[in-house]
Write a protein that binds this ligand. Structure first.
Ligand code: HEC
Ligand code: HEC
Ligand code: HEC
Ligand code: HEC
Ligand code: HEC
Ligand code: HEC
Length: 446
């Protein structure tokens, strides 16, 4: 019997399908880690799984609450807003007195998300966890390894399948071999020689298969890198319940009035209390606003009754919302001024933000008109890279507005009309950031 190459190819197709399925499965496993990601983004600063820290350990905390006589669902409410839970459930009230420091409220977490966090916590194994979770943020490295571990196991399994099926066609190959050469088949041939012979005969497919395996590994590693430390939805508690919607929205105050270095420097800047006092000396607010605005007065040392500064000041310590690791260089001027990128593209529509600022998930950003549609989580490397690939460099009006000589020169050359300078870029009719070097590691990494 002769084994035709089309038959071989069919087998080969099956392996490819298997491999693709395997890679797809690892993707699915990763999405199950949502609870873990949320834990790391929102809870790990205060909580560990097995050890008390700023907050108590969370392992099997639901069981603890049940046994302690907490009301049903009260623990979910606790995570969303512990003050509400403490008001409704005596057990929660008791818990709220455990530590001197208070927990943050997480009003944006849904019930499912809270459950996924607590499920993830309960799934942890003590041995791994004490070594890794204890390191808080560093825990993501471990997860990286374990999800890559899956890839290795599956690829290993694929190889076993391949070897076995090779064994299966061994007989047929021998026959085919014997038939073709018209001789008896060589029984003394060792298994590995047979394999070599088979691999040589099918070198195209074996080579291609090998290539696919290698490429898959590289791609998986890269995707892993792209989603390191996802911080989407991060919204730390703030000393004052400051709503952007009232200021940048209703009152129509320009972003730059408060974030005044955003067009001139690397960082945007957070306003000092004096900036608030420019208006709030007059605006004491009504109803619920009074208590919040009083905090501005406390910070500025302003006595609204007497209308004098007492001199007793205390800074307002705003918690940073958007945080990039130290090894990354990001510059607002480069993006806002030179690149002409709107704040909305990266921070969402702050004029609608009724709560304090948060890292907007990319799905929210994609809903805003005029934004480039991106798929990678906000603030990850993949997000930066993807936009640099998609986004056209704004040219013309910006150049006339002045700004950095370095970029003006680049833009001048691009606009000079000498197409030979950039014909290679203009094949698709646009010049993207990537084409100007926005994908070079050193542009973003120190
Ligand atoms: C700013 C620090 C902080 C953050 C962030 C934080 N917690 Fe807490 N958490 C605490 C403190 C402190 C307590 C102890 C209760 C108290 O004294 O108010 C606590 C208590 C708890 C309890 C009850 C523990 C027990 O032993 O009964 C649960 C459950 C809990 N937190 C879940 C979470 C979850 C889930 C997150 C993330 C979404 C989170 N916490 C984020 C500080 C924090
Ligand atoms: C009246 C002053 C004021 C104006 C106007 C204002 N902001 Fe803010 N902004 C603040 C303060 C105070 C904070 C810190 C509190 C917070 O995080 O919510 C802040 C925080 C932020 C943050 C998060 C900072 C971080 O830590 O990562 C972003 C992003 C932001 N503002 C964007 C904008 C944009 C975009 C506009 C214009 C549409 C704007 N702001 C207008 C006062 C202002
Ligand atoms: C290309 C995306 C992008 C655009 C456009 C952008 N930002 Fe940012 N913004 C960031 C990143 C990334 C950070 C975190 C920077 C860091 O940690 O070094 C940040 C941080 C901030 C902060 C926190 C303080 C600081 O400087 O780190 C404020 C406030 C802010 N942005 C306001 C603005 C305003 C106002 C605009 C529009 C005029 C704007 N941003 C446009 C990406 C962007
Ligand atoms: C350009 C003027 C202006 C500046 C600067 C300003 N505010 Fe306001 N603020 C307002 C106005 C107007 C209101 C709305 C008052 C009302 O509803 O009667 C307001 C309301 C508020 C409220 C109550 C919001 C609510 O409805 O819950 C808080 C809190 C507040 N401001 C904090 C701040 C802080 C903190 C700063 C400094 C970072 C600041 N404001 C700077 C004009 C300003
Ligand atoms: C919404 C799109 C967008 C996102 C997201 C974005 N960038 Fe950019 N970036 C641009 C544009 C547009 C320019 C080009 C400015 C110009 O030269 O006209 C640029 C330029 C740069 C440059 C200068 C490149 C050069 O050739 O000199 C650096 C560095 C940079 N970005 C870093 C970052 C980092 C780090 C992040 C992620 C935290 C990021 N960018 C996210 C759009 C983006
Ligand atoms: C457009 C900007 C940009 C470019 C270009 C870029 N990176 Fe990054 N990189 C980032 C940002 C932003 C982060 C942090 C992501 C986070 O914290 O989630 C990062 C994180 C990383 C990390 C993870 C480190 C950690 O925090 O654990 C590695 C490794 C890395 N980059 C390597 C590279 C290499 C290699 C290249 C060149 C092929 C490159 N980067 C090009 C923006 C960039």
């Amino acid at each position: 019997m002769k084994i035709s190459s089309s038959q071989m190819f069919r087998n080969f197709n099956k392996w490819c399908l298997g491999l693709a399925t395997a890679l797809f499965m690892t993707g699915t496993f990763n999405s199950h880690a949502q609870g873990g990601d949320l834990f790391k983004a929102k809870c790990a600063t205060c909580h560990q799984v097995f050890k008390d820290g700023t907050g108590p350990k969370l392992y099997q905390v639901r069981t603890k609450w049940e046994e302690g006589g907490a009301k049903e669902g009260s623990i979910i409410q606790w995570v969303q807003n512990w003050e509400v839970a403490a008001a409704n459930d005596p057990y929660a009230l008791q818990v709220s007195k455990v530590k001197a420091s208070a927990m943050n409220a997480f009003p944006t977490l849904t019930e499912e998300q809270v459950i996924s966090i607590l499920d993830w916590v309960d799934e942890q194994e003590e041995t791994v966890a004490t070594a890794s979770i204890a390191r808080g943020a560093a825990a993501s490295d471990v997860e990286e390894e374990s999800s890559l571990g899956w890839v290795w196991i599956i690829i290993g399994a694929m190889f076993v399948v391949i070897i076995l099926s090779v064994g299966g066609v061994r007989r047929q190959l021998k026959n085919a071999e014997a038939e073709a050469s018209g001789s008896e088949f060589d029984a003394s041939m060792s298994y590995s020689d047979e394999f070599k012979l088979w691999a040589w005969k099918n070198r195209k497919y074996v080579g291609l298969g090998g290539l696919i395996v290698v490429v898959s590994i590289v791609v998986t590693l890269f995707l892993g890198l792209y989603s390191i430390g996802v911080v989407e939805g991060y919204q730390p508690s703030q000393p004052i319940n400051y709503p952007h919607s009232v200021h940048a929205g209703e009152a129509g105050i320009d972003c730059r009035y408060c974030h005044n270095s955003v067009t001139e420097s690397k960082s945007a800047g957070i306003p000092s209390v004096n900036v608030c006092m420019n208006c709030h000396k007059q605006i004491a607010g009504t109803g619920e606003q009074v208590a919040e605005i009083q905090k501005i007065y406390d910070a500025a040392g302003w006595d609204p009754e007497a209308g004098v500064y007492t001199g007793k000041t205390q800074p307002i310590v705003w918690n940073k919302v958007h945080v990039l690791p130290d090894h990354v260089y990001f510059n607002h001027r480069q993006h806002v001024n030179v690149g002409g990128v709107d704040c909305k593209q990266c921070h969402g529509d702050m004029t609608q933000q009724m709560e304090t600022a948060m890292v907007m998930p990319v799905e929210e950003l994609n809903k805003i008109e005029g934004n480039v549609t991106l798929s990678k989580p906000t603030m990850t490397m993949g997000w930066c890279i993807e936009c640099h690939h998609e986004k056209e460099v704004a040219m013309g009006p910006l150049y006339k507005e002045g700004g950095s000589e370095y970029y003006n020169e680049i833009h001048r050359r691009l606009m000079s009309g000498d197409k030979s300078l950039y014909s290679q870029y203009l094949e698709d009719g646009k010049v993207t950031v990537e084409e100007l070097g926005g994908w070079e590691c050193a542009k973003c990494h120190y």
